[in-house]
Design a protein around this ligand. Structure first.
Ligand code: ATP
Length: 452
């Protein structure tokens, strides 16, 4: 059973330190959230799982970490400055501002139901910056609204440093900023969020096959690595394609309120490299690009076999890490009836994603023998380098188990008086609550088996 409402997750996130409201002590700031002790771990584990699949498991994709503050020209030629906007409407009665394409009923205000709605106007989503000592504070740079563009502009840098044949890819994880009209759904739609995007450069003749390949690869990752059941995921092709796209398909997850986008897999043709390259006229660019008078670099591929220079097509995979974490938490959330009026909340996360890998708990507080053994076990487990191992020295075993169930810790290791006599501990498993007695010497092996 997954969470029935996103509010279950909001409450758990606050209570157990996954996610807090941004700028909370000053009344908050719409669309901004702060990640707490366990949220940072879960985010990191999702990031690592993606990096593992995209970079460490392959030979054909390189990593990149580009600046978040970017030259304005980048967004002129990418088309964002003129066209990265949402349709904004206002209710004449209550003043609510809404994104027209996301309204429940476009003829009625989402807030008060009035039918007096303004005509839509294009609302620029990029956050402008005034950097350096400008006299008037005018916008002269932008915070990036996606990672992809800085990947395209580094195409030649990466290829020169690490030669590749086609197809090859460049992947980035990092923050993106969008001045969303109405942030909503907790961390579903924020103004500052994190993306994991990969741009795969292919021979134009192979674009459709690689688009299909990446759709399959990414769906399998959501199922096998994040642990989302296949029936809660679906492909949703875009009904209306952007002018540069040849095909665009979203992976949607079934949130408690219905299916919504978590990742996009798009065939962007030669639009992006074609938009940012110098010497556009010498290259046969298929997409409709504006004339670039400012680029100083040719972004094209020279085929050593045919001697032909051309602009590769791009297959993009674009995922939001915050949305992935939200989906993972919703799916892992369980409220279990334990009988006798008792219940527990447990996050049945894949152990590899769990914020804490194991908790070591001396049965009673501040008993030197128990504490010494516990500390030794903790030290030993930390050397495995598998993530957080926590020592719980509060002496309240029931409370400790409940807390670790709620944050998804796969195993608790309890050290008691019998440990002093026979060097065994109790392993208590999160999902089944089953307990087994094992020698201290076997804990490492068992834990590695669980979190692998
Ligand atoms: P939407 O239609 O929901 O506005 P999009 O199609 O503009 O999203 P992309 O530009 O394709 O989104 O971004 C890729 C991924 O980044 C999305 O699938 C989503 O997971 C994530 N993402 C986009 N916007 C936000 C946001 N405001 N807050 C959190 N995650 C986001």
């Amino acid at each position: 059973m997954a969470a029935k409402t996103v509010n279950d997750i909001v409450a758990l996130c606050k209570r157990r330190g996954f996610i807090f409201t941004g700028s909370e002590i000053y009344g908050g700031l719409g669309g901004a959230y702060d990640y707490g002790p366990y949220g940072v771990e879960l985010m990191k584990n999702i990031r690592d799982a993606w990096w593992n699949a995209m970079i460490y498991s392959r030979d054909d994709i390189e990593g990149l970490d580009a600046a978040l503050i970017t030259n304005r020209l980048m967004w002129k030629y990418s088309g964002h400055e003129a066209g990265f906007s949402d349709p904004l409407v206002e209710c004449k009665k209550c003043g609510a501002r809404m994104r027209q394409d996301k309204m429940k009923d476009q003829s009625k205000c989402d807030n008060c139901g009035s039918t007096e709605i303004t005509e839509p106007r294009a609302y620029q989503l990029m956050m402008g910056l005034s950097i350096g000592a400008t006299a008037d504070g005018a916008i002269n740079a932008y915070l990036r609204p996606e990672t992809a563009t800085t990947t395209y502009t580094n195409f030649k840098n990466v290829l020169d440093a690490k030669p590749h044949k086609l197809p090859f890819g460049i992947a980035q994880i990092g923050k993106a900023f969008r001045n969303e009209i109405s942030p909503r759904g907790f961390v579903f739609r924020m103004r500052e969020f994190e993306q994991a995007e990969m741009q795969y450069f292919v021979n134009p003749a192979d674009d459709e096959a690689f688009h299909k390949m990446w759709m399959d690869e990414r769906l399998a990752w959501w199922i096998n690595v994040l642990g989302i059941p296949a029936e809660k995921l679906r492909f949703a092709p875009h009904e209306k394609l952007a002018h540069y796209a040849k095909a665009a398909v979203d992976i949607e997850y079934e949130f408690p309120d219905g299916f919504d986008e978590v990742e996009g897999i798009h065939n962007r043709q030669d639009f992006d490299l074609g938009s940012h390259t110098k010497g556009q006229k010498e290259l046969e660019i298929n997409a409709n690009v504006i004339e670039n008078k400012d680029s100083i670099t040719k972004l094209a591929f020279s085929d050593p076999q045919t001697g032909k220079t051309f602009v590769p097509y791009v297959i993009e995979t674009a995922m939001g890490i915050n949305r992935a974490m939200l989906a993972v938490m919703i799916e892992a959330y369980n409220e279990e009836d334990l009988g006798d009026g008792k219940s527990r909340t447990v996050l049945k996360l894949k152990p590899a994603l769990a914020p804490v890998k194991a908790a070591v708990i001396p049965l009673a507080r501040n008993i030197p023998e128990l504490l010494n053994i516990s500390n030794e076990i903790v030290r030993d487990l930390r050397r495995l380098g598998i993530g957080r191992i926590e020592l719980e020295n509060s002496g309240n075993i029931g409370k400790n188990y409940r807390r670790h169930d709620e944050i998804g810790t796969p195993v608790c290791i309890t050290v008691d008086h019998q440990t002093i006599e026979d060097n065994t501990v109790t392993l208590r498993h999160r999902d089944t609550m089953a307990q087994e007695r094992v020698p201290i010497t076997q804990i490492k092996e068992k834990l590695l088996e669980i979190v692998k």
